[in-house]
Write a protein that binds this ligand. Structure first.
Ligand SMILES: NC(=O)c1ccc[n+]([C@@H]2O[C@H](COP(=O)([O-])OP(=O)(O)OC[C@H]3O[C@@H](n4cnc5c(N)ncnc54)[C@H](O)[C@@H]3O)[C@@H](O)[C@H]2O)c1
Ligand SMILES: [Zn+2]
Length: 382
């Protein structure tokens, strides 16, 4: 008990997501997934939970989380899916749906998504459509899921034509973000999730970015501690504010795509097979977005240099050559071509999230290709 008390010395923080009838809390801190009292308080009469996890997370954390839910008086049924992006498929959704229905899933039951963005998106979408909509709880276990995918209510599976093309907006009723669970995540995955954290600072929280830059960022990646908790809290506040202003992505929510026009092009070129991590591409994409902003005379060159330096300090890629590309060199023309196919293209002009400096991002709708190509070359594209 004393060891547990020691790591849990900092009490969890609750971040509210203000969405009217769909409002919910995010409970953030070491041990947050060992305490299901907040769910008991929300649903006093609730009897049964379905705990969905991938094999890896089920093995590492499934037992402890199921035990915690049982301790709060819930009957827990466990469901395990294979790990990896391929589980966001029609086939896996069908298998999950049939499994849950065969176990006599009822409208009053709650689905709990224990895992990274893959399980959150799959189980969240299942919750959106099964029995025309069930309540669900997110228990994110990756840094990316804690600061991004578990918050905001976007759920989806992939289609042949592209990622996340079949989905629904379905908000969770509660998020339990246990910062300790992230300690078992491989370092590259922790760094990748961190890129989304730094992104919030770059969008509109310059003080937060300065704090990360000053050394807290490394601590966030390295271990569960007060820095990680504060970073997840700040990130969830940032995303909650943007989501509350624009739940269904018609305006402000686009700012969350900082670094992502570049990142999606990089991922499309690399082939989405996981060789290039999303966060790795986003980190490089943020450095590129600031380079482009400076090149267009919008942001000071010193701010672009700060972003690149911080990306490097965290061990994230700072050049295209740092990312594996099967069979060849990165080509600016091919990357631009992918941007043309991205959904953020209006009337053939490229839309980017650019910045007037650290913490001053905005949507730029008609960026010409020439400076974009210069930026890509600056980062090593041919
Ligand atoms: N819904 C949204 O708003 C949103 C936002 C961003 C990303 N996404 C989606 O999120 C997905 C990526 O999420 P992700 O990066 O969390 O990937 P993921 O869920 O695949 O998790 C990454 C890997 O880490 C393992 N893992 C998870 N937690 C672990 C832990 N605590 N310890 C050890 N291993 C652990 C998983 O088994 C998996 O192999 C993508 O499909 C993306 O489209 C959704
Ligand atoms: Zn992202």
């Amino acid at each position: 008990v004393s060891a547990v008390a020691a790591v849990s010395a900092v009490a969890p923080t609750t971040v509210p997501v203000a969405l009217g009838a769909r409002a919910y809390d995010i409970v953030i801190g070491a041990g947050a997934a060992r305490d299901f009292a907040p769910l008991r308080a929300l649903r006093p009469g609730l009897r049964r939970l379905f705990l969905v996890a991938d094999e890896t997370v089920a093995r590492l954390h499934g037992g402890a989380v199921a035990a915690a839910a049982a301790a709060a008086g819930f009957a827990v049924e466990r469901v395990v899916v294979p790990p990896g992006e391929r589980s966001k498929s029609f086939a896996r959704l069908e298998a999950l749906a049939e499994d849950l229905l065969a176990r006599r899933l009822e409208r009053a039951d709650v689905l709990v998504a224990l895992g990274g963005g893959v399980v959150g998106d799959l189980a969240g979408f299942a919750a959106a459509v099964l029995l025309r909509g069930l309540d669900f709880v997110q228990v994110p276990t990756t840094l990316l899921a804690q600061v991004d995918s578990a918050v905001g209510g976007k759920t989806a599976i992939n289609a042949r034509a592209g990622k996340n093309l079949v989905g629904a907006f379905h908000q969770p009723i509660l998020v339990l973000a246990d910062t300790e669970l992230v300690d078992t995540l491989p370092l590259a995955e922790r760094r990748g999730g961190y890129a989304e954290i730094a992104k919030y600072g770059l969008i509109d929280r310059p003080d937060f970015f300065a704090w990360l830059e000053g050394g807290a960022g490394r601590a966030v990646v390295e271990r569960a501690g007060p820095e990680r908790q504060r970073a997840v809290v700040e990130s969830c506040r940032a995303k909650a504010a943007i989501v509350a202003a624009d739940e269904r992505e018609s305006g402000a929510r686009a700012l969350l795509n900082l670094g992502h026009t570049f990142a999606h092009a990089i991922e499309a070129e690399a082939g989405y097979d996981g060789a290039v991590g999303h966060g790795q591409a986003v980190a490089l994409g943020c450095a590129m977005a600031f380079d482009l902003s400076a090149r267009l005379g919008l942001a000071p060159a010193t701010d672009a240099a700060r972003v690149a330096a911080h990306v490097a300090a965290i061990g994230l890629p700072t050049a295209l050559a740092d990312l594996p590309l099967a069979g060849g060199a990165w080509s600016a023309a091919r990357l631009i071509d992918h941007m043309g196919r991205d959904k953020k293209v209006a009337d053939g002009k490229l839309t980017f999230i650019l910045a007037r400096g650290v913490g001053r991002a905005f949507v730029a709708r008609d960026v010409p290709a020439a400076p974009v190509i210069e930026t890509l070359r600056r980062f090593g594209a041919a």
